[in-house]
Design a protein. Structure first.
Ligand SMILES: Cc1cc2nc3c(=O)[nH]c(=O)nc-3n(C[C@H](O)[C@H](O)[C@H](O)COP(=O)(O)OP(=O)(O)OC[C@H]3O[C@@H](n4cnc5c(N)ncnc54)[C@H](O)[C@@H]3O)c2cc1C
Length: 448
């Protein structure tokens, strides 16, 4: 079998490694336009900030690919003929395949703003973007970041790390309003304030103004302000990269349409990761998932299907994590930004606003726990997932909160304060906290 994979991101590489494991004799070719070797996209910011060198964000040494008989082709796939099972590359060659995986990822979204093509205006998605940002922010005084999501705060932190003033425009009334409840968003806002990052809420980009040389010199906002700047970062989301799929008969919508086995409409062609759109997502799941870990899970799942072990993709319990300047964030399970019928939540916040915990649970007895938001404190993924899976009553979770504590030694421990607040807010369910990190027998097995 010759498996050709377009894209060497986390999805493509995970699939390649899983197929190598499942079918040692398979011929595997990875094609990537961006880089000869796979790297960790999520770590791009740390290269800019000087915490890591470019070679540090390569999870595998350059020898690894030959050793695992994975052929790397550094080129762009420009056309796909599914009838002939042929992929054309921009280097004048082509590849025939028995199986093809489209793992082409996403591209930054632009909304047709006047001036968006000026020099010094960009998104941050790939290595060329990182190079452009490094070049175009050299010695500048101010950059405007458009977007109130995860990449927006990353761009602000990146600029800040180099002594450049970031000004952030957020369309909504609070940071990441689609995901974070108001209290959690306030904690993130506090990080912006402490780092002297001005954030304009309820404000959108109207226009980008250029100078005589075609470089950005200012932005105009929907509030009518003109903000002088020398660089603009567009962090207004990403959209599946369909350039290759659209040259073929493969059915697409917003993404490449796939069934639960990650099969596309064309025989022997699969799609996974950021570029895939699930025709029938499971209840509570999104049709398009643009996350590192879902890319990894989809890459592993599709490898089984490709190797003749059809496996349905099931994401399982939602989780994600991020960092907003100095504030770590983790979320597990069902953790909506606003009220949802039948769901209640308990919220605790440290008096200094440096940590918070929200626990979501069913309003109906026995008040099964549904999700968590943690800011500035770390929870054990396995424990939270197990509580959600087993529908543990919130009282059980509170009494055993120490079991989920993943903060390093000597870090402040907050369980006593959290449980005290819970008992005050929900006296009818008041609990006694198990001492220290003591676990009930039921949860001790999680650590085995
Ligand atoms: C700055 C940044 C920070 C992020 N941080 C997080 C985070 O903290 N947590 C998280 O869960 N997610 C994060 N994400 C999202 C995460 O990185 C993506 O969901 C994930 O990388 C998608 O993996 P993928 O393999 O599906 O696609 P990609 O990583 O996009 O890889 C696809 C590759 O295919 C190549 N390609 C596309 N078309 C062709 C073609 N025609 N020919 C050849 N090659 C082609 C592309 O150049 C690209 O290299 C972040 C994303 C960015 C941009």
């Amino acid at each position: 079998m010759h498996l050709v994979i377009i894209g060497n991101g986390i999805t493509g590489v995970t699939c390649a490694l899983a197929v190598r494991r499942l079918r040692p004799e398979a011929q595997i070719t990875l094609v990537s336009a961006e880089s000869a070797h796979h790297y960790s996209r999520t770590a791009l910011m740390y290269v800019y900030m000087g915490h890591l060198r470019p070679e540090d964000i390569k999870p595998y040494g350059d020898w690894f690919w030959t050793e695992n008989r994975l052929t790397l082709v550094h080129a762009t796939a420009t056309a796909l003929n599914t009838a002939a099972r042929l992929v054309t590359l921009d280097n004048g060659t082509s590849l025939t395949y028995d199986k093809l995986l489209l793992a082409t990822g996403s591209e930054s979204r632009r909304y047709g703003w006047p001036g968006q093509d000026l020099a010094g205006v960009q998104g941050l998605y790939n290595l060329p973007d990182l190079a452009a940002m490094t070049r175009d922010t050299q010695g500048i005084g101010r950059g405007v970041v458009v977007g109130g999501g995860l990449i927006g705060v990353e761009l602000a932190e990146m600029l800040h790390s180099r002594g450049i003033e970031p000004v952030v425009l957020v369309r909504e009334a609070r940071y990441w309003a689609s995901v974070l409840p108001p209290a959690e968003a306030r904690l993130v806002d506090r990080q912006f304030q402490e780092n002297h990052v001005p954030v304009h809420y309820n404000t959108e980009l109207r226009e980008i103004l250029g100078d005589a040389r075609g470089r950005v010199r200012a932005v105009v906002t929907t509030a009518g302000d003109e903000i002088t700047c020398q660089w603009v970062g567009l962090a207004t989301g990403v959209t599946p990269n369909l350039a290759l799929a659209r040259t073929s008969a493969v059915e697409t919508d917003r993404g490449v349409l796939v069934d639960e086995h990650l099969r596309t409409s064309a025989a022997h062609v699969y799609a996974a990761g950021d570029c895939a759109q699930h025709r029938r997502p499971a209840a509570g799941e999104l049709p398009i998932e643009q996350l590192w870990y879902t890319g990894r899970m989809q890459g592993e799942t599709v490898a089984h299907t490709i190797c003749g072990q059809p496996t349905a993709y099931r994401r399982g319990i939602w989780f994600n994590s991020a960092k907003f300047f100095n504030l770590e964030y983790q979320t597990y399970g069902l953790a909506p930004a606003g009220p949802v019928a039948g769901l209640e939540s308990f919220y605790w916040e440290h008096p200094a606003g440096r940590a918070a915990l929200r626990v979501y649970f069913r309003a109906e007895a026995p008040h099964a726990v549904a999700g968590f938001n943690a800011l500035g404190l770390r929870l054990r993924h396995a424990v939270c997932a197990q509580w959600i899976q087993q529908q543990a009553p919130v009282a059980t979770v509170m009494a055993n909160l120490g079991a989920a504590n993943f903060d390093p030694e000597f870090f402040p421990q907050h369980e006593k304060a959290v449980v005290g607040a819970f008992n005050r807010q929900f006296p009818q369910q008041a609990v006694v906290l198990k001492r220290g990190k003591g676990l009930s027998a039921k949860f001790r097995e999680v650590f085995r």
